[in-house]
Design a protein around this ligand. Structure first.
Ligand SMILES: Nc1ncnc2c1ncn2[C@@H]1O[C@H](COP(=O)(O)OP(=O)(O)OP(=O)(O)O)[C@@H](O)[C@H]1O
Length: 247
């Protein structure tokens, strides 16, 4: 499938040292699919997303997105949207502007852009919050606003670092459904860092399990869920019996 291959993310012998932590990533991620990025705390999940989005530069090796070598490109030049763990809203700008910047850095917005912003706010349950500053929002509301910005950007690659972490169970379920809908609409390549095996079961097509800065397993979800023989994966899955479900 040449077209599929050309749209994938490839990490070619990527090496990075951050303080005492060494990272080595080699392999590819399927395009148009949701890949759950899982593994113990401190294993390198956020670092992988930072490398793909360009906020970290490899010491050696290269990164390709959609067939293009992006290793030397700045984050804004990459076809990627990233929602950080602690979200990345500008504190001095209202929500409308924060989200509008996701569409156009100089805020030259068309009427349809303005509609898209309002629509995104509605979809994350923040309708009417256009003039609010991030500091006046709860952690979960900020997280949803960051998600709304990723929605309007419509980049082919969406990187989400624990986007549901600060949400209560009801909102969490709504946002999980929203992400599933978003993927069905856009067929974006989505990497989702999560600590919750339920997200893997509900959302993921593939799973990348990272341990100590390296990929332990990169496999379809069904194969991953069957790897209870590996202690690290058993620890992640816990005691719950997980059904083999398709997203
Ligand atoms: N700039 C840095 N300087 C030194 N060490 C760093 C730096 N950034 C990350 N690290 C270390 O690299 C390791 C991996 O960090 P990373 O944030 O990628 O882990 P993670 O898997 O996302 O963890 P968590 O699940 O807790 O969010 C950690 O031990 C972290 O302390």
């Amino acid at each position: 499938m040449p077209e599929q291959a050309s749209r994938a993310i490839r990490l070619n012998a990527v090496r990075l040292q951050l303080g005492k932590s060494a990272f080595h990533f080699d392999g590819s991620l399927e395009s148009g699919r949701i890949t759950a990025v899982v593994g113990p705390s401190g294993s390198g999940k956020s670092t992988l997303l930072n490398l793909i989005s360009g906020f970290e530069k490899p010491d050696s090796g290269s990164i390709e997105i959609a067939g293009q070598d992006v290793t030397a490109l700045a984050p804004a030049e990459r076809p990627v949207s990233l929602v950080f763990q602690d979200n990345n809203l500008f504190a001095h700008l209202d929500l409308f502007t924060n989200i509008g910047l996701g569409i156009h850095p100089a805020m030259r917005l068309t009427p349809s852009d303005r509609n898209a912003i309002s629509d995104a706010l509605t979809r994350v349950g923040l309708q009417g919050y256009e003039t609010r500053l991030p500091g006046s929002l709860s952690g979960g509301e900020r997280q949803r606003a960051a998600f709304a910005r990723a929605l309007v950007r419509r980049r082919p690659v969406l990187l989400l670092d624990e986007p549901f972490a600060a949400l209560d169970p009801g909102l969490r379920a709504a946002m999980v459904d929203l992400l599933a809908d978003l993927h069905a609409e856009t067929r974006a390549t989505i990497l989702l860092v999560t600590h919750d095996p339920r997200d893997v079961v509900r959302l993921a097509h593939n799973v990348l399990f990272i341990e100590k800065g390296e990929v332990l397993v990169n496999a379809p979800k069904e194969d991953f869920l069957a790897r209870g023989d590996l202690p690290a994966i058993r620890d992640f899955l816990g005691e719950e019996p997980f059904q083999r479900q398709s997203p």
